[in-house]
Design a binder for this molecule. Structure first.
Ligand SMILES: Nc1ncnc2c1ncn2[C@@H]1O[C@H](COP(=O)(O)OP(=O)(O)OP(=O)(O)O)[C@@H](O)[C@H]1O
Ligand SMILES: [Mg+2]
Length: 368
């Protein structure tokens, strides 16, 4: 059973460099969430903070009732056992073969016999498509294989919280889909709370229950995926389209002159290669567990949770949620009555569950 991870007013700096500030949100228990954000906005720093490898100077991280920024080293050690983490670079031990790498957490944290360990390791290697590679060193395999080995290792303790940092980087599109499916199936099987950091827009659109984005040192949005996917916020739209047009530039934010120049180029017909807005409009159906898997408990809880907050969500998000529920025959009877006048719904989404901060607030305006 997954546990809720609740972050309040979290701020992290390195020396005088502020990475992000006042980050507040909750990863609901047993749901799948994803975090987007331009390179360098501190997504990896955030994941490392959640497991206590880095120490934010302000705020709370409450896991299973314990604030890991206040607790003892012993308590933190216990809390860490709840986690399975796939780091961005795989973080395998270079001198150990894949078998020993994947077996490491079991040998470190459990008293299992070597034959029990062998069964678990081989099962996870099979799950991640690495059967036969167990004797190889990390330096002898491809980047994508290293990534999958890192995931196998993250799964051996049947974690209640799974953090994965760019699981798709270095993977081909087919393997990426298999890996996403694996995460959804694991969620269905063990009800783990999952947070995926990704730049893969397709994965972000189809896999998680909840989506957030770090931008300009803030968590600009976090909530049901429909909120972000229907957002008209310029940085969000630009990011989802992978377009040059918008406030995000190659390095820092771009200045107005550059933005005007790029708009002019686009108007004159320059093609920046990004998909048309129509292609990425709306909310695609969510990836489902492989047939034969148990029903996702997190999904059932989410439906109830989202129904309760429905009236506070932006109108477009409400519409997308209702459409998805209708198409699956869900949501009937469980949801609260829809707001009669949806044009007034949404207002601002500054509550705990779907927060926006630091950017122009487009919610609640009639232009949506
Ligand atoms: N241990 C550290 N000491 C000092 N600065 C650090 C440390 N770790 C990260 N940073 C800085 O924090 C910022 C955020 O880094 P982070 O790796 O979290 O970005 P990211 O959002 O994961 O980017 P990407 O999408 O490229 O992986 C960067 O400016 C980085 O240089
Ligand atoms: Mg990173």
């Amino acid at each position: 059973m997954g546990v809720e991870v609740s972050v309040e007013g979290l701020t992290k700096s390195f020396g005088s460099q502020k990475i992000w500030e006042d980050v507040t949100f909750t990863l609901p228990e047993g749901e799948v969430s994803a975090l987007l954000g331009p390179s360098g906005t501190g997504k990896s720093v955030f994941l490392k903070s959640l497991i206590g490898l880095l120490r934010p100077e302000q705020g709370k991280i409450i896991i299973d009732g314990t604030d890991i920024l206040q607790c003892t080293a012993k308590e933190l050690y216990e809390i860490r056992k709840l986690f399975g983490v796939l780091f961005q670079d795989g973080a395998l031990f270079g001198s150990m073969d894949l078998f020993d790498n994947v077996a490491f957490p079991l040998r470190e944290h459990t008293k299992k016999s070597e034959s029990e360990i062998r069964d678990i390791v081989m099962e996870k290697l099979e799950l991640t498509g690495l059967t036969g590679a167990e004797g190889k060193l990390p330096g002898e395999i491809s980047g994508g294989m290293r990534k999958r080995a890192g995931l196998a290792r993250a799964l051996v303790l049947d974690p209640e919280i799974i953090l994965v940092d760019e699981p798709d980087s270095g993977l081909d599109p087919v393997r990426t889909t298999y890996l996403a499916q694996l995460l959804i199936d694991i969620n269905a099987q063990i009800d783990a709370t999952i947070l995926i950091v990704t730049h893969n827009i397709n994965l972000a659109r189809t896999v998680p229950d909840n989506l957030g984005m770090l931008y300009r040192k803030k968590l600009v949005m976090f909530g049901p995926r429909e909120v972000l996917l229907t957002s008209e916020e310029p940085a969000v739209r630009q990011f989802l389209r992978g377009s040059k047009l918008g406030p995000i530039g190659m390095s820092e934010e771009k200045d107005d002159a550059q933005m005007r120049e790029e708009m002019k180029q686009a108007e004159q017909g320059h093609n920046d290669g990004s998909p048309g807005d129509d292609e990425l409009k709306g909310v695609p159906p969510q990836m489902q567990p492989t047939p034969g898997s148990p029903e996702r408990k997190g999904e059932i809880r989410r439906e109830k949770r989202v129904a309760e907050m429905m009236d506070d969500l932006p109108v477009e998000a409400q519409k997308a949620i209702r459409e998805e529920w209708a198409s699956r025959g869900h949501g009937n009877g469980r949801s609260t009555a829809p707001a009669a006048a949806t044009a007034t719904a949404g207002a601002t989404t500054s509550g705990d569950t779907a927060s926006t901060a630091g950017v122009d607030d487009h919610y609640g305006s009639d232009e949506n």
